[in-house]
Design a binder for this molecule. Sequence first.
Ligand code: NZQ
Ligand code: ZN
Length: 385
Amino acid sequence: MNNFTFYNPVKILFGKGQISAVSQEIPAGARVMMTYGGGSIKKNGVYDQVMEALKGFEVIEFSGIEPNPHYETLMQAVEIAKRQKIDFFLAVGGGSVIDGTKFIVAAMEYEGEDPWNIMAKREPVTKAAPFGAVLTLPATGSEMNSGSVINRVSTKEKLAFGSPFTFPKFSVLDPESTFTLPVRQISNGVVDAFSHVLEQYLTYPVNAPLQDRLAEAVLLTLKEEGPKAVQNPQDYETMANFMWAATMALNGVIRVGVPTDWATHYIAHELTALHGIDHARTLAVVFPALLRYKSETKKEKLLQYGERVWGVNTGTEDERLEATIQATIAFFESLNIKTRLSDYEVGKDTIAIIIQRFEERGVKNLGERADIQVQDVKEILALSL
Ligand code: NZQ
Ligand code: ZN
């Protein structure tokens, strides 16, 4: 097992009725900016519950944070928050609202030239305003991690940042908040969370059986609960299990002491940036291609995954590798998520654009072995056509 440091200070308030507890988590007298998206929270009672809980606080609302949150919109929130002397933020929504709020809190304290450089030049965040979250969409794990992905519309870029200062102080996970989710978002959530585990698990063995089994537990839970959630989004038990699995997929626990990949996410973000395809769908396109392309260097973990998660235990090694990748594709497709670039009407010309962008950005050494170069990205994307 590799050395590691584990730090996760996020307080989780899980279960029915927990939104009311936010009042005890926010410092008395705080001036709160409540951030949210396009209004789904007004249709499922979450908005009303949050407002009820925030009685007694000064609250300014900032709505309209888009899916794949826009830097341009978030900078407006920063301007208003500074003017209104906001000292606590409450993000209410899915990954986009939470990620967007992470950027806002970092930008509030940013002293450099342009907060976009936090992503573009990887300028470290050295302080941030405090925030909490109320999650309405299980998928990203953003509610219990410090990462964030922001889109700049003017340049069609989608870039990530993370910092120990951008963990939420607390997150409320009430499964009832998910009852209004459209099937499309549930499928997206299952595939995103599943992919998060694969990024941290399908690498190479370092004799870390506990991490392996924790990762497999999350995969098996998503395999079982995901289809049930799609079938019955108002079943409390199912949504509770799905919600906690998605959080566990990316809160840092399964990653400790093991190598991680993340090349699929890095490549897939370009497809959202260029074509607006939902994040999970871009992963469903890139992952199978990357697994095929890297099946030799990922062989041991792929075979273990195939056997323990999909019951693939007969045939030659090559047959088992292919059956494992096919099982993964079939799982994504069973959730109505297409797995080829052509399914999204994206062609070869996009590959050329991504390659050019990566060359300009100096992208190199992706993947757990730092052996995926720009030319490999080209081959991977070609396999996904
Ligand atoms: O904006 P509203 O009206 O709230 O509607 C949203 C949005 O249209 C809707 N929605 C959310 N909760 C709902 C609901 N509709 C009905 N009922 C509810 N309870 O769902 C739509 C999608 O929301 P969004 O927040 O965009 O989805 P998701 O949670 O999948 O987040 C995706 C974003 O997270 C980033 C992605 O790149 C993408 O930008 N990621 C963040 C990560 C992180 N911070 O660790 C890791 C991930 O890999 C990912 O990159
Ligand atoms: Zn993801």
